[in-house]
Design a protein around this ligand. Structure first.
Ligand code: HEM
Length: 504
């Protein structure tokens, strides 16, 4: 017994020594300061995961503006000086920004690699996204979303069943339900042959989406989906609904989806299920951030009487200027992109709500060994290392945003009520001060649509409904840190509110 323990002890000690000798990376001349962490492979991942902002702030104080951390076997160089963001973004030729994203997408959604260099497809998805989410295509998306939001909201008239007209609901589940349904119909159209079953169909999809999205952080961390039976089934059901044979039964499908359905990709090795899974990826990209973002915009607006008053006034004026009547029975409200664009108060509210709730990680993988020239010096980066920006550091920096944790609805407005774009750090104007949508080549192609659909939601809510928090003194719920790195963080718990129709 003693001998076996001794042998095991020796094996562990030898492994530990081997790890110390060959497993630990040593900092070479010209490289950023390095933190290997204490646990082999895991490195600093546990400390980072527990509180990324605090972890990065502490390391910044310890090492300076750039430092390297080992996270789950990868070496990540965090660049924390906002004046260096521009330089990182400009070093695009040294980075492969697709490799990481394509790998995560294939792992999480279960489709074959969409990297054209792997030979499964000739589609340049990035170009497709830009072509079908921006420019002319955006007009029809915006129009469809406004129509669908009103289609979804109209049955919310529960005044007939509720004597005092008030309906009480969790605000997050309300925003989730309304935006998911309207967003799904906007991307994937309506099935006109089974209208009565439409709502049940969407609700089933919503439940499957929720189930799958819950484990998304684990999938990104590399845990196989087979470990999560229910989420796996939910993902397959989402994909089944988006197979082309089912999509063909739907009308008014967005260009974003039709372009990909009818792509002349004769070299493609994707089967129907693979293609459907890439549509699930699209559904996730379009919804996973928008749903919590909509909650935060509505929550902060209702919670701040000043924001509520000023926003309601801006909405009233806009509708009046463009001859729009508020009536659930009559013609739906319709505003063009240009008209939506000219609403600085709502823009400022949305920006401020996203600043407070966003925790995305902008990741780039080094294609080769190279030297990164930053404001604060030059640093050698090794091939396959990751260079990361964590914009929450700048969003919550008190130098840039005084009282950074306080919601100020007019933070992005000048004294004359026009959009404010001058933000400073140490007295110097910043080029990058607001980055919930990423940066450079990984900048979200749906960002304009995202802001517009949230704005449309707010316009309709402020026009049609009276709204109140059940507890007018309610505290702001904490952000769900388990999703750090993925974008907008949801609240850790829901907040009850009540609403009733303004005009009967
Ligand atoms: C508040 C809402 C949204 C936020 C905060 C957001 C944020 C982001 C971020 C940070 C990325 C880059 C991720 C990376 O670095 O790799 C991204 C990518 C993407 N987003 Fe959004 N997004 C939002 C809404 C939308 C919407 C509504 C759509 C489409 C309808 C959309 C479509 C996409 C797509 C397709 C990509 C991947 C682009 C590519 O890899 O080429 N997003 N988004």
């Amino acid at each position: 017994m003693l001998t076996i323990s001794l042998i095991w002890g020796i094996v562990v000690a030898v492994c530990f020594c081997l790890w110390l000798i060959i497993g630990i990376r040593r900092r070479c001349i010209g490289e950023p300061p390095l933190d290997n962490g204490l646990i082999p492979y895991v490195g600093c991942a546990l400390q980072f995961g527990a509180n990324p902002l605090e972890f990065l702030r502490t390391n910044k104080r310890k090492y300076g503006h750039i430092f390297t951390c080992k996270l789950m076997g990868k070496y990540v160089h965090f660049v924390t000086n906002p004046f260096s963001y521009n330089t990182v973004i400009r070093h695009g030729k040294y980075f492969d920004w697709k490799k990481f994203n394509f790998a995560v997408s294939a792992k999480a959604f279960g489709h074959r690699s969409i990297d054209p260099s792997d030979g499964n497809t000739t589609e340049n998805v990035h170009e497709t996204f830009i072509k079908t989410l921006q420019g002319d295509a955006l007009n029809s998306l915006t129009e469809a979303m406004m129509e669908n939001l009103q289609y979804v909201m109209r049955p919310l008239d529960l005044s007939k069943t509720n004597p005092d007209g008030w309906v009480t609901e969790g605000m997050y589940s309300f925003c989730y339900r309304v935006m998911f349904e309207a967003g799904y119909l906007t991307l994937f159209g309506k099935d006109l042959t089974r209208q009565e079953a439409q709502r049940t169909f969407i609700l089933n999809n919503l439940n499957n989406f929720k189930q799958f999205d819950k484990i998304f952080p684990a999938l990104v961390a590399g845990i196989p989906i087979h470990m999560f039976k229910n989420a796996h089934i939910a993902r397959e059901k989402l994909a089944e609904a988006l197979k082309h044979e089912n999509l063909r039964k739907r009308n008014n499908i967005s260009e974003l989806v039709t372009t990909r359905m009818f792509l002349n990709d004769t070299l493609s090795t994707f089967d129907d299920m693979d293609k459907a899974k890439t549509h699930v990826a699209l559904l996730w990209a379009a919804q996973a951030n928008t749903l919590p973002a909509t909650f935060w915009c509505l929550f902060h607006t209702i919670r701040s009487p000043e924001a509520m008053k000023t926003a309601t006034e801006e909405v009233r004026k806009t509708l009046e200027n463009y001859g729009q009547k508020i009536s659930f029975e009559g013609k739906p409200i319709s505003l063009s992109q240009m008209q939506l664009h000219d609403m600085p108060v709502l823009d400022s509210i949305i920006k401020e709500a996203l600043r407070l709730s966003s925790a995305s990680l902008n990741i780039r993988v080094a294609k080769e060994d190279f030297t990164l020239h930053l404001e604060e010096g030059s640093y050698n980066i090794r091939k396959d290392d990751i260079v990361a920006l964590y914009p929450q550091m700048l969003h919550l920096d008190p130098e840039i945003y005084p009282d950074p944790l306080v919601f100020k609805y007019d933070r992005y407005l000048n004294e004359n009520g026009k959009p404010k774009t001058n933000f400073y750090c140490n007295g110097i104007k910043l080029k990058y001060y607001y980055m919930p949508f990423g940066s450079g080549l990984t900048l979200c192609p749906g960002r304009v649509f995202a802001v517009q659909e949230i704005k449309q939601f707010l316009i309709l809510m402020l026009s049609y409904f009276e709204m109140q928090l059940i507890d007018s003194q309610v505290k702001c719920p904490p952000l769900d840190q388990s999703r750090v790195g993925l974008g907008i963080l949801p609240p850790t718990y829901d907040i009850d509110f009540k609403y009733k129709l303004k005009h009967r």
